[in-house]
Write a protein of this length. Structure first.
Length: 185
């Protein structure tokens, strides 16, 4: 049985059939994304790593169609939502990260000359066929924050910062520069 999420097809074929994909998959289906999450979680204490995180749900809804009346430009619209564990870069503790990505993509080859519009972003294809799972994985990776942080009101165990005492040994290069400039005047 064909699996439109995993099988390679041409964007034109998917658009012609008006392919709709609505599934819930596990994070482990996305190997590069799972590798990134595993590398992030490796910094946690063993007891802080969430159990069965690879089974975290990823909700998918994709619709293929046409972006023009002449049916020359295939488009992909939809949404992918993932719940996954991450490491807070403030407190270095675990946190639940929600990625919610809205997709409005014109599927075009590298020399197509198609430009982005207000409604669609151009997703440049390197091959004549696509695997929708690969597009989703790339979109989720691009949606990941550079620094995951607990949100406002969430329990973030920020380490207590020690106050630095003002001493004469403190280096203040600009203050020193200012005093030298005043002496020259």
């Amino acid at each position: 049985m064909r699996n439109p999420l995993l099988d390679r097809s041409s964007p034109r074929e998917l658009a012609e059939h008006g392919q709709v994909i609505e599934k819930e998959k596990e994070l482990q289906v996305f190997p590069r994304l799972a590798e990134i999450v595993a590398a992030d979680l490796a910094s946690l204490e063993k007891g802080d790593v969430p159990g069965k995180w690879r089974q975290a749900p990823v909700a998918i809804r994709l619709v293929f169609g046409w972006g023009d009346s002449r049916q020359q430009i295939p488009v992909l619209t939809g949404r992918v939502r993932a719940q996954m564990p991450a490491v807070c870069q403030r407190c270095l503790g675990p946190l639940d990260l929600t990625l919610d990505v809205q997709l409005n993509l014109l599927l075009a080859g590298p020399d197509s000359g198609i430009a982005a519009t207000d409604q669609y972003e151009v997703w440049e294809l390197e091959e004549a066929t696509i695997r929708p799972l690969d597009i989703l994985e790339e979109a989720l990776i691009m949606a990941m924050p550079l620094s995951a942080l607990h949100g406002p009101g969430e329990a973030c165990n920020t380490p207590i910062e020690t106050e630095v005492a003002d001493s004469s040994e403190t280096v203040r290069p600009f203050a020193d520069l200012r005093s030298q400039l005043r002496q020259k005047d």
